[in-house]
Design a protein around this ligand. Structure first.
Ligand SMILES: C[S@@+](CC[C@H](N)C(=O)[O-])C[C@H]1O[C@@H](n2cnc3c(N)ncnc32)[C@H](O)[C@@H]1O
Length: 435
């Protein structure tokens, strides 16, 4: 099978996700993927297959299990994924039966697994013949059991809606540097580029594109007037009000979406951008270069300031901590396959350590904005409740006035899909005393 075939590429990518636990971002960035010779259109189809299959993996696997007399062996994972790719094309993409079946069967190749050709053919043809469809509860079935249980536990009556939203394709949202360009002018320029956009109802810097496109070809991207950023992520800069001359720490900064927005929002701040990943910081550097802004870039562990902190305390800290990313599952559906329930406890412990360490770096009277792209309460309102118990010098600046998100006992939660935003959580904290 040649490496320009979109279905073959999708199969190879999915094998790396399922067998090796690699994220799609990682795979798309590596040299193997970059060297593929497929046309832009075929790469587009392979991505559609991969994103879609990750999104519907669990629901399609349940359906497949009922159609196999016995489960496939671990060493036949390739055949299982070929079958799932076929089911995805038939049942979700609604690809014509002829192309979906024939092209998928070809993936079994001419290797040793000659039996697989018959199996794939039989399963897919039966699905076509019986006009099978996904189960009525496929939206919930599309999640691993532990995630489903947690979403139900945390969100009760709202869970069903959240699950459905998490299975949608996300909108492409732009951030506009509104100090350099008016939204209406940008909308006109985008229209001339062939991209329809409208203003986001709640976020003054955000434009929603009618359909995703290659942002690098849009007028204003090279000049840093446009950047890609979900509307919920664009809320951070406005919440962490920074006075002129303020010392600001963006503690988990890479790839720099919020760093860039802070710098475009506040003049004359002294910004330190810290991250533990040198590779991700390289992307931050590129982003700042494009928008023509600068920050002091630090590599280090936010939970261990001794290795990077210069003793000069901060007026404002943004703690956009590592999290389950359960709020951005529609953008990164591979999370459904990659996250384990056992990841949650260590993530909570890491968030707690980062919060406690950063708190020591904040001046009295200073403000710290805690944020996650998670919808799990343990990472959000519960984490903050425990933080406030541990830190009597900390109090919450309530976010009652904002028009977005759900009020919580602590902080505010944007639920996935609500107001066309990703799932995000924000809590604003202040330290008692005067600077
Ligand atoms: C949610 S992402 C940050 C996104 C970023 N704020 C933005 O808007 O583009 C979390 C970041 O935390 C970094 N990180 C994870 N553990 C860290 C630690 N102990 N110290 C500092 N950064 C850490 C990750 O490398 C990742 O870049």
């Amino acid at each position: 099978m040649n490496s320009s075939n979109p279905r073959w590429i999708a199969l190879q990518v999915m094998l790396q996700v399922v067998d090796r636990g690699r994220s799609l971002d990682d795979i798309f960035a590596d040299s193997w993927y970059q060297s593929l010779t497929a046309s832009k259109r075929d790469l587009g189809l392979s991505r559609e297959l991969v994103f879609g299959l990750c999104r519907w993996y669990y629901a399609l696997s349940a359906l497949l299990a009922r159609r196999l007399q016995k489960p496939l062996r671990e060493r036949d994972r390739d055949i299982e994924i070929i079958l799932l790719l076929g089911l995805y094309q038939l049942l979700v993409m609604k690809t014509g039966a002829h192309a979906a079946v024939n092209e998928t069967v070809k993936l079994t190749g001419s290797g040793k697994k000659t039996w697989a050709r018959g199996l794939v053919n039989a399963v897919l043809r039966a699905v076509v013949r019986e006009e099978a469809s996904l189960d009525s509860n496929a939206q919930a079935q599309a999640y691993p059991d532990w995630m489903l249980a947690r979403i139900h536990r945390d969100w009760g009556e709202q869970a069903e809606q959240l699950l459905t939203e998490g299975n949608q394709r996300p909108p492409m949202t732009l951030r506009v540097d509104t100090r350099r360009a008016k939204l209406d002018d940008v909308i006109d320029a985008l229209r001339a580029d062939g991209a329809d956009a409208r203003k986001h109802e709640m976020v003054a810097t955000a434009l929603e594109l009618a359909s995703p496109c290659d942002v690098t070809r849009l007028t204003g991207f090279e000049q840093g007037i446009l950047s890609v950023q979900d509307a919920a992520a664009q809320l951070a800069a406005g919440l962490l009000v920074c006075a002129a001359g303020a010392r600001v720490l963006d503690a988990c900064a890479a790839p720099g979406g919020k760093t860039a927005h802070l710098l475009q929002t506040y003049d004359d701040i002294e910004l330190d951008a810290l991250d533990s990943s040198e590779t991700r910081l390289e992307r931050l550097r590129q982003n700042l270069l494009r928008i023509d802004k600068s920050a002091r870039i630090l590599t280090g562990d936010a939970a261990d300031p001794d290795s990077w902190f210069d003793g000069n305390h901060y007026d404002c800290i943004l703690a956009d901590v590592p999290c389950s990313a359960s709020g951005v599952i529609r953008r990164h559906p591979d999370i459904k396959l990659l996250r384990r329930e056992s990841d949650i406890m260590p993530t909570l412990a890491q968030q707690r350590k980062i919060l406690d360490a950063l708190w020591r770096l904040l001046k009295p009277g200073g403000r710290m904005l805690y944020s996650t792209c998670s919808i799990f309460k343990d990472e959000n309102e519960v984490q903050i409740a425990k933080f406030l118990d541990r830190h009597p010098d900390g109090s919450e600046v309530t976010l009652h006035e904002v028009p977005w998100g759900e009020p919580c006992p602590h902080g505010r939660q944007v639920l996935t899909g609500r107001d066309n935003m990703d799932g995000f959580y924000y809590a604003l904290l202040t330290k008692s005393g005067h600077a």
